[in-house]
Design a protein around this ligand. Structure first.
Ligand code: SAH
Length: 354
């Protein structure tokens, strides 16, 4: 694992760590205010802390976790993908997206992914390792700083939304992801002070972890990557379905909705002639009708070596029509970042083009 960082600890833990160094405990609050309140990641900018103390403190609590390797932008600068190298050479990516009313960051929870979904570039590469809490949080703090600098054009400067939809399966790195959510949502200086409702955790459907998440007393949005309403096809598209079937995974989603009052987002990549048939729309409609759910259709993004492509627009429209006729709220995701391989399922953290 990477070196310990202040974002791995709550405020009490940071105070203890600072005291252990022989420094005064209030320095923990100062460091935290710089990092979470001012988005300052560079010790040189923390001038209210005397230089000698600063060096000791930052050496122990602010090690550099992410080294930017490459930043790419598209959509006139409103979509930015960052590729990072971690201390052990692993690579991860995050994507920052500016909209008229909000700024969203899509972050990675693992280097690679072990879930092996055949249409996802990350899934093809396999799992390298879990990220630490601070490696997850630091992606957000870094990109919140970029947004705050005003480069996102028409978007607000304040980062407001976080989606765990980058590389990795967040619920397979459960404790660190939950800790990261707590850091992102605690008020400054303990954390970044984001609203829990503005955080989305997306999962392939690890049922025991979904049930555990429902008990955390967090009102984060749960997204479930369903992609097929029937086990035959879902076994292939989302291999973990061989362990937890569609009915079980939806039961866990409804338990989450009942417990939190939050509408679950059902993610469904539209793959031509694979999962986009009218009968599958009807079956999905029957499964979701009357539930606290919303369907988010994602036009399939191309990935290297994949034999699949996106459904034609008329097929997509018919799918939407049938879901809505069944009374299911449905939207089609405005896919960002395709040109920079920054869209859903395209994150592969390859340095080849760097
Ligand atoms: N492992 C978690 C988090 C990743 S979220 C999960 O699967 O939910 C990334 C989302 O993009 C998931 O819904 C995933 O299924 C979807 N996705 C993966 N590859 C895609 C592709 N090529 N085109 C469109 N969506 C894709």
């Amino acid at each position: 694992m990477p070196p310990r960082h202040l974002a791995d600890l709550d405020l009490a833990g940071r105070r203890a760590a600072v005291s252990e160094l022989g420094e005064q405990a209030f320095r923990a609050g100062q460091l935290s205010t710089h990092y979470f309140g001012r988005l300052e990641r560079d010790p040189a900018g923390m001038t209210d802390i005397p230089a000698a103390a600063r060096e000791r403190l930052t050496g122990t609590l602010l090690p550099r976790l992410l080294t930017p390797v490459r930043e790419l932008a598209c959509d006139g600068g409103d979509t930015r993908k960052a590729l990072w190298r971690l201390h052990d050479g692993s690579m991860v990516e995050s994507v920052l997206m500016g909209y008229a009313d909000r700024v969203t960051v899509c972050i990675s929870s693992q280097a690679g992914c072990g879930m092996a979904c055949p249409f996802c570039a990350t899934g093809q590469a396999g799992l390298t390792r879990n990220l630490s809490t601070a490696e997850i949080v630091d992606q957000v703090v870094y990109l919140a700083g970029i947004a705050a600098s005003g480069v996102m054009g028409g978007a607000p400067r304040r980062l407001s939304h976080v989606v765990f939809m980058g590389m990795g399966e967040p619920l397979a790195n459960y404790n660190r992801v939950i800790d990261a959510v707590r850091r992102l949502t605690s008020p400054a200086p303990e954390g970044l002070g984001l609203s829990q409702r503005h955080i989305t955790v997306s999962t392939v459907g690890l049922v025991p972890a979904m049930r555990k998440l429902a008990e955390e007393d967090l009102s984060v949005t749960l997204a479930l990557s369903l992609h097929a309403p029937d086990d035959d096809l879902r076994d292939e598209l989302v291999p973990v379905n061989q362990r937890w079937k569609v009915a079980e995974v939806l039961d866990a989603a409804w338990a989450y909705a009942a417990r939190t009052g939050r509408r679950v987002s059902i993610e469904y990549a539209m793959i031509r002639d694979v999962n986009d048939q009218p009968w599958r729309a009807d079956l999905l409609g029957r499964l979701l009708s009357g539930r606290l759910a919303h369907v988010n259709l994602i036009p399939l993004n191309p990935t290297p070596g994949s034999k699949w492509d996106a459904s034609p627009k008329p097929v997509e429209r018919e799918f939407v029509r049938r879901l809505r006729a069944a009374g299911v709220a449905t939207t089609v995701r405005d896919t960002r970042g395709r040109e920079i391989d920054g869209a859903c399922g395209q994150l592969a953290a390859s340095e080849v083009e760097a």
